[in-house]
Design a protein around this ligand. Sequence first.
Ligand SMILES: Cc1ncc(C[n+]2csc(CCOP(=O)(O)OP(=O)(O)O)c2C)c(N)n1
Length: 438
Amino acid sequence: MPRVLEIAMQTAISGRGVAVVVLPGDVAMRDAVAQGPRLHFPQPKPNVCPSDDELTTLAKVLNNSKKTTILGGAGCAGAHKELIELAGKLKAPIVHALRGKEFIEYDNPFDVGMTGLLGFSSGYRAMMNCDVLLMIGTDFPYQQFFPKDATIVQIDVRGEQLGRRTKVDYGFVGDTKTTLRALLPRLDQNEFDEHLKTSLEHYRKARQGLDELATDGGGRTPIHPQYLARVLDELAAKDAIFSCDVGTPTIWAARYLTMNGKRRLLGSFTHGSMANALPQAIGAQVSHPGRQVISLSGDGGLAMLLGDLLTLRQLQVPVKLIVFKNDSLAFVELEMKAAGIVDFGTGLDNPNFAKMAEAAGLLGLTAETPEQVVPMISRALKHEGPALVEVLVSRQELSMPPTITLEQVKGFSLFMLRTVLSGRGDELIDLAKVNLLR
Ligand SMILES: Cc1ncc(C[n+]2csc(CCOP(=O)(O)OP(=O)(O)O)c2C)c(N)n1
């Protein structure tokens, strides 16, 4: 048992993942073996660098490009300084994948946001308009968001990741920090900043568009979920740990939570498995007792693991649970609309989560109007123990444009178009019309 357990621990640490130990009942009944720990070394941190020849090739490709875009992921953790220096030399906009957000976005004059389904146009544009795409420490999966004609260079410490998601012209095995440190002295200063300038300008406009959606809507209900996310961003501690549920909370977290190098953002960003935020928050709070931990939960996600409200009480884990109550599985509803089909089976007949929280011994609060958002969130954040705030947010929030082919709606009247789109939301119809025109 000690040997197997140690192998499991070592595998989890070095593979940066989960290990499972299966313990047969008869083994559990035997006497424990007296044995000290056999692994005495700390977590290994090797420097992994491409060979000299490979660095020469890498530098040559980058020095020959005037329009390079960097796509960075979680593998850039701990290499912020080197990444910024690299972007400065290459005059390259930096796009990030969601898992890279917390390590890349802050103090970054080259930041042009995210791409992909949850991202926004500036990230997409910067990647599509480059001559060389430099992927660093990322497993960004969506193939349709990669450029077709650009030269693609990928650096990853795990060799098996190279070329997993797109064609790769040059692949290198190395950790980000060591590789960039070795590479930087070999790079020339790119004097052409047109690509960077236009990408940054596009990002400024895209950001402005997103910020305009995060308002209190002049006090109208239902509350914009973007506004809730913005308030959380403003009121949370500078070193808060956030977790966000798979579903629309992930979109709002990606777009409205500001990272600063001290905050953390946890989610199920690789597997996309629902109901992750509460258990992740519990884990984060237990391992970081002094930190403020905030779970951005969906109503569907919370309902799946509602029993963990009792865990918060039982273990007195002071997590702040913010429920985006939109009475639906909104993300899937949107996906259905985006696919051009009528949504079905996505409504939720919700309980009063605040009262349930109260019954479980937590502080339970509700925000029904935009004016109540700041006071309720502030109260919850100041509360010493676990707290839940349910916020009644809009169900029909447009976070991705529907894709409808002309063929599908040929000869449709506006009324029929409305029916296809479930008759909800004029913005949706406007966007569909724009897509049709395209
Ligand atoms: C275990 C699991 N089941 C189903 C899905 C598909 N799925 C993704 S998001 C989502 C809806 C999430 O609903 P909710 O937590 O209420 O958040 P919302 O999108 O409404 O804000 C579903 C069903 C999934 N990702 N994981």
